[in-house]
Design a protein around this ligand. Structure first.
Ligand code: F6R
Length: 614
């Protein structure tokens, strides 16, 4: 949700900022802008509606020199996406420029006060209010930029990650964060700012993760100076980031989404690496084992997440209840956080998040912690806010996910939940040793089965071209594959803009069956399950109403194959592992439907990766 990049050092800032914006564009692409201080310390702001390439065109022929600058790619919250509302924003005198990710909730109150003081506003954004307030405070109390930022942020309510520079002050870049991610890259004689590590890793792997309500002064020739808003000096060790450039480039694929779909066997290997011993057929999940008493005593486990991560959480419920016999509740974080949920000390909350920055999931986690729950995180991004706010947890190690539609994050989240459920179930003795070994053995084979599904790529692409006409899709599944049906529908709607709904298959006759006619494609996710026969009846009901059936079945299936218009056969596996296989044809189906409709699958309209605002 909005991307921030900043640079101060000995190199020309503009190329670094533009490259950084392109790497961050997955976070928002409504508009982009850059602010630079040139050798005479003049401050220039250039901004443009649309993608970063529009900004580049706009900057052609302009003075883009300077070794200090800030830049922004926007996902609009306050004010429509246009040139004026784009960041950076100038202060009244145009002496200060600021970029911002987040929402300033009390911006109207501050704006009214500033208007009384004679300030006027060009944009509709909360961000312009912030930069004007900084200028006002700076002048009124005769402060340095660093102190003015601190003092201003003390009365700001909301979430922010900001970068600020000032005319005639070419040696200082100030940044701050609260509730929105911000990383400082530390190089030799240079500093970088990024909403995540992607704009930084080409130059340095040493980073500082700022905490909430911390302000940093990046000054040439000095170490970073970090203060809390209350003026307390803070020291942070630098951390090493493990990303490589290859991880964040398309590597010959037309889209990140396709690359990430095909990366799933590799990301599952990374996820299981050091945790699943393929020879002994054993799982060692230290996060769980180190806190096994908490799991043994837990009367209840709560899972909270949003979107695709919530779908993984639903599968987590099936897994944990089946193998550990601990009751599990799963709830979308935006509901959980606002309904005063019952949380008792001893409850365990599992927040699941790819980015580790989703605002609702973060707030739900904070609420549960306040009420005494033990927090066990399942996150992908190392050092993210959610990961840092947990008592313990397991990283999914999917590698960077850049396509807006989540793919490899989902399969690695499910894999972590499988490993957790097997570990806890074995410890609690609610899962027999024989069954444990059988499932673990299957898990060691899962990657070769995923690779086998990739050989169906062409077939799925051809099938997708038949369905570009559709205006609606229905997805049905049961048990472990009901959340997969939800996930298939979400994938299709977010990147192809075709309306799609997922249902538990047997719910169809309680209403959705009315939608079925010869135009309606129905995707039935039904590998060999304990409820297979029941789903066969559902398929007959769809057939009788002339619906178009796309079935995801286990290899060798006879009954459904006879009725389906299209059949994708996946390798056989343990029922609890089937989501790792069945979701892949659904990801490919939505990818191909969307690309055949000419959609931008990596940057679908209105969406952005990492929802750091409510
Ligand atoms: C869907 C998608 C979103 C995210 C959701 C949660 O493809 O990407 O639904 O799953 O915004 O994001 P994280 O997992 O980062 O908390």
């Amino acid at each position: 949700m909005c991307g921030i990049v900043g640079y101060i050092g000995y190199r020309e800032a503009y190329p670094i900022l533009i490259k950084g914006l392109k790497r961050l564009e997955y976070r928002g692409y409504d508009s982009a802008g850059v602010a630079l201080l040139n050798k005479d310390s003049n401050l220039s702001v250039y901004k443009s509606k649309g993608k970063v390439k529009n900004l580049e065109q706009y900057c052609e022929g302009k003075d883009i020199s300077g070794t200090i600058g800030i830049a922004h790619t926007r996902w609009a919250t306050h004010g429509e996406p246009n040139d004026v509302n784009a960041h950076p924003h100038y202060s009244q005198t145009e002496n200060i420029a600021l970029i911002h990710n987040g929402i300033i909730e009390n911006y109207l109150t501050i704006k009214k006060l500033l208007i009384k003081e004679g300030y006027s506003f060009k944009s509709e954004t909360d961000t312009e209010v912030l930069v004007q307030a900084i200028e006002y405070i700076k002048k009124r109390y005769n402060l340095s930029l660093f102190d003015a930022v601190k003092r201003t942020l003390r009365f700001v309510i909301g979430a922010y990650a900001i970068g600020v520079i000032e005319r005639n002050n070419p040696d200082v870049l100030v940044a701050a964060r609260k509730g929105s991610p911000l990383i400082v890259g530390v190089g030799e004689g240079e500093f970088f700012l990024g909403s995540d590590a992607t704009p930084i890793i080409e130059y340095t792997s040493e980073v500082i993760y700022l905490n909430d309500e911390e302000v940093v002064k990046l000054e040439r020739g000095h170490q970073p100076l970090i203060h809390t808003l209350k003026d307390i000096d803070v020291q942070h060790e630098t951390s090493k980031i493990m990303l490589t450039l290859e991880d964040i480039e398309k590597g010959g694929y037309p889209h990140f989404m396709l690359k990430e779909i095909f990366e799933q066997s590799k990301s599952l290997t990374m996820c299981m690496n050091g945790r699943l011993n393929t020879e002994l057929k054993e799982i060692k999940l230290s996060g769980v084992i180190n806190h096994i008493d908490k799991f043994k005593k837990a009367k209840r486990i709560l899972i909270t997440a949003c979107g695709t991560s919530w779908h993984a959480g639903l599968i987590g419920k099936y897994l944990i209840e089946e193998f550990c016999r601990i009751p599990v509740e799963v709830e979308v974080a935006s509901e959980f956080r606002y309904r005063n949920p019952v949380i008792n000390p001893g409850d365990i909350l599992i927040p699941i998040s790819q980015s580790g920055e989703t605002a609702d999931t973060l707030a739900a986690m904070d609420l549960a912690r306040e009420k005494g729950a033990f927090i066990y995180g399942v996150c992908n991004v190392v050092g993210s806010s959610i990961a840092r706010g947990t008592d313990s947890g397991t990283y999914t190690h999917a590698g960077p996910e850049i396509g807006v539609a989540s793919t490899k994050a989902f399969t690695t989240q499910v894999t972590v939940l499988i490993m957790m459920a097997l570990t806890i179930g074995r410890e609690l003795k609610t899962l027999s040793e024989q069954r444990y070994k059988k499932i673990v053995t299957e898990l060691t084979n899962i990657n070769s089965k995923i690779e086998e599904i990739f050989t169906l790529n062409q077939e799925i692409e051809t099938m997708a071209s038949v369905f570009t006409y559709a205006r609606n899709f229905m997805y049905l599944g049961r048990g472990y594959n009901y959340p997969v049906a939800l996930e298939g529908a979400l994938k299709l709607k977010e990147i192809s803009y075709i309306h799609a709904e997922g249902y538990p298959a047997a719910e169809m006759k309680h209403g959705p069956i009315a939608l079925i006619d010869e135009e309606m494609p129905v995707v039935v996710v039904t590998p060999k399950l304990r409820t297979y026969d029941k789903v066969v009846s559902n398929v007959q009901e769809i057939k009788a109403r002339k619906g178009k059936i796309i079935a995801i079945v286990t290899k060798g299936d006879v009954d459904i194959k006879k009725m389906a218009d299209f059949c994708i056969e996946i390798p056989d596996t343990e029922e609890c592992l089937t989501p790792l296989l069945t979701v892949i044809p659904l990801q490919l189906l939505s990818y191909y439907v969307a690309t055949k409709k000419g959609r931008n699958v990596d940057q679908p309209r209105n969406l952005a990766k990492s929802v750091t605002v409510e």
